[in-house]
Design a protein around this ligand. Structure first.
Ligand SMILES: Nc1ncnc2c1ncn2[C@@H]1O[C@H](COP(=O)(O)OP(=O)(O)OP(=O)(O)O)[C@@H](O)[C@H]1O
Length: 333
């Protein structure tokens, strides 16, 4: 039985259609990430699963049970927000145990669950502190601990890392992946960050304007995108789109990842000028202005030097390029 099933779920705010007929099945234990640009409806969809927002039409089932009309408290879910949403006057221990205490769970059991979650999250030494005396990363761990203590059927995360600095974001991301492995729980996670989606998910749902563009495992979306939108959204730096007609090809545009564009001062297919160079240590990114295809990104491993403003030639690896038609749909051979 699916851990989560969405059937033709829609949402309108007034006359604006924000979610447009979404079908989705998430298996038990799966880590499913909703990703897409700002405003595509990810948070709204998650809030509908949580019961914080009602659906305009369609059905939501959690663990095979219809929950479409149930209030959040009866859905057996726990949600972790970007803002942590901790009670400032309660200690870490009391914040983590609150939901269980409110549900009438015996005191000893609340303590045991809280201690276990604190141990998993390295929060044991902080149990008597108040949220104000914690760092942002520690507060977010408490919010995650509070969710774990409740043993929900479904964990829902709404951009939980966006308030953390870059290093802490990576550390907490790894922590969440480890927790997922240890708990074997089903997790639904919203982010606009495709790197988070790629590194955490078993299954990525790419959303655009309230619709699903593609669902698949991270490397399947990367290696086999259905359309230009997914191809451009998954992968960093983003895929280049070349004018296929200008290259004498029959498709409308040719998608080439930055690592599949060769760059040379000697010669090649596409002439251009280096407009900017970024040396990232392990790799070099060159931004090359071309007449026929606009600005293209080239990624090379290691350190490379190309004169800024100097002429260069680019050559796409056609074996690894993707063809798209004028509607942006993938043309498979
Ligand atoms: N209460 C509301 N009333 C009217 N429109 C809303 C409401 N909540 C969200 N919207 C609109 O619905 C659309 C989807 O919003 P949502 O927050 O789900 O997007 P998102 O993909 O999570 O974006 P972000 O990454 O920026 O948070 C947006 O256009 C937003 O303006």
């Amino acid at each position: 039985m699916d851990a989560l099933t969405l059937t033709q779920v829609t949402k309108k705010f007034g006359r604006t259609q924000v979610i447009d007929g979404i079908d989705l099945a998430v298996a038990p234990g799966e880590f499913c990430v909703f990703v897409g640009p700002s405003g595509c409806g990810k948070s709204t969809l998650l809030r509908m699963i949580a019961g914080l927002e009602d659906v305009t039409s369609g059905q939501i089932a959690i663990g095979g049970r219809q929950v479409t009309d149930l209030p959040p408290a009866r859905r057996e879910i726990a949600m972790v927000f970007q803002s942590y949403a901790l009670y400032p006057h309660l200690s870490v221990r009391d914040n983590m145990g609150l939901a269980l205490r409110q549900a009438g769970t015996p005191k000893a059991e609340v303590l045991a669950s809280t201690d276990r979650a604190a141990d998993m999250l390295s929060l044991t030494a902080l149990l008597d502190r108040r949220p104000a005396d914690l760092s942002g990363g520690q507060r977010q761990r408490v919010a995650i601990g509070r969710a774990i203590v409740r043993r929900p059927k479904l964990f829902l995360f709404d951009e939980p890392l966006s308030n953390l600095d870059a290093a802490l974001r990576v550390a907490t991301r790894i922590e969440i992946a480890r927790l997922h492995r240890e708990l074997g729980a089903t997790m639904i996670y919203v982010t606009h960050d495709q790197v988070e989606a790629m590194t955490l998910a078993h299954k990525i749902v790419v959303l655009r304007a309230g619709r699903v563009e593609q669902v698949g495992a991270p490397m399947d979306l990367y290696n086999d995108p259905d359309n230009r939108f997914v191809a451009g959204f998954i992968g960093s730096p983003a895929m280049n789109f070349l004018d296929a007609g200008a290259l004498g090809l029959r498709s409308d545009s040719l998608g080439v990842r930055p690592e599949h564009l060769a760059i040379s001062a000697q010669g090649g297919t596409i002439p251009g000028r280096v407009s900017h160079l970024e040396r990232l240590g392990g790799e070099t990114l060159s931004y090359v202005q071309t007449e026929a295809h606009g600005l293209l990104t080239v990624r090379q491993f290691g350190e490379h030097d190309h004169a800024v403003d100097g002429p260069v030639w680019l050559t796409p690896d056609l074996e690894r390029a993707f063809h798209f038609n004028a509607e942006g749909q993938r043309m498979r051979a």
